[in-house]
Design a protein around this ligand. Sequence first.
Ligand code: GDP
Ligand code: MG
Length: 455
Amino acid sequence: MIDDTIAAIATPLGEGGLAVVRLSGGQAFAIADKCFQPAGRSSLKPSVAPTHTVQFGRIVREGQLIDEVLLTVLRAPRTFTREDTVEISCHGGLLPAKLVLDALLAGGARLAEPGEFSRRAFLNGRIDLAQAEAVADLIHARTELALAAANEQLAGKLSQRINRLRDDLMLTMTHVEAHLDFPEEDIAPNTKDQLLKRLDNGVQFMDELLRTANEGQILRRGIRAAIIGRPNAGKSSLLNQLLGHDRAIVSPIAGTTRDTIEETANIRGLPVIFIDTAGLREAQDEIEVEGIRRSRESLVKAEFILQVLDASEPWTPADENYFTEFAGKKRILVRNKTDLPTRLELSATTVKVVDVCCLSGRGIEALKDAIKELAWSGEIKAEMLQVAISSRHQDALNRARAATRQAAEALRGGLTLELIAFDLRIAANAVGEIVGKTTTEDLLDSIFSTFCIGK
Ligand SMILES: Nc1nc2c(ncn2[C@@H]2O[C@H](COP(=O)(O)OP(=O)(O)O)[C@@H](O)[C@H]2O)c(=O)[nH]1
Ligand SMILES: [Mg+2]
């Protein structure tokens, strides 16, 4: 049982118009009563106010006025945590919110851990684990597409599928276990066929979900695209064009970009982290040596390479070096400076080539399309947004898949039913981890500790 009442500032620290302090738990109204003085004729103490109403008044501590606030009363169970909840809107700025929080802590509340409100929402059955994660995805979403995917997961689209899959595995397991009580009887051949069919369907369904892992990763973490090429090819100009504003210094002096710049842009709904590298040419001084070391590091981490070429110059050995380096990564050749007389001949290649002019911006929209096409497998379909699994889900599904296949093999091979039931339990448990039907404190800690305070 959760018996303490938690409090935290739910808005970002810093100066703003408003800040919100949140309070949740069995003592929420009693604690709020101690600090809140209703003002105006119709305002009420939190403990007697009807649910889902806003009360105007003052937060006072030891007779000292702290702030004028609006206090929202939310009675269990129709709240995010399913507990009695109070939300206090006070003036923005670090101090008012902090002093309101202090007053609540002095009144008997405990400071909430990161993600503890969401954790309670999960523990009290308000949302499942995949939905709780979706709340964090929603907060961190950097594009509308990522937001749409988070909303689908919050609405339970992934959870429904996962629950069906788990039910199926449990049903098969129950069948097998029922037979354990009658060891002298074999499973009838047609029953066995049915069970096998159900297991095969399960594996197939897991494969479908697993295929969305790449997209899920892109939506949550973004895709890292390194911009590489010779000095003066126009890498920094390209970055500025893709971002839509001047971020990197553009200059005809080779070696201007000494540090590695990382910026996220919204490319057709996908969060793409562009990395303008310092070039990998021979270093002239120490700062450049460091720049080049960092470039290499971000190159290794990138999933995607934009190689910028100067169309007004012929292909050089340096271009060749860039071309053969990181050959395993997805790549687009960006032929820049197409406003100048062309002297660059590209021999036939399977690598996608896009012509641009970073001075005028011509070709940039086509480049964005090319990036989207290379990053995302096919059309951006609603179905994909509904599931797009995370790496945690991927890990659980991989374990479930292996165990399910093992169970199917054992059933086909006529191995002992105990073994089959054992594998099916592993599979069902692994699938259950996704929605939180099977969890450990460690798993919950590792998920919720990444959440914001006050969420
Ligand atoms: N004519 C022409 N010049 C360009 C174009 N793009 C960039 N430049 C120029 O090329 C020079 C080098 O550009 P910059 O972006 O700093 O290249 P980087 O060293 O690869 O980052 C600058 O003087 C730019 O103005 C282009 O499309 N056409
Ligand atoms: Mg540059």
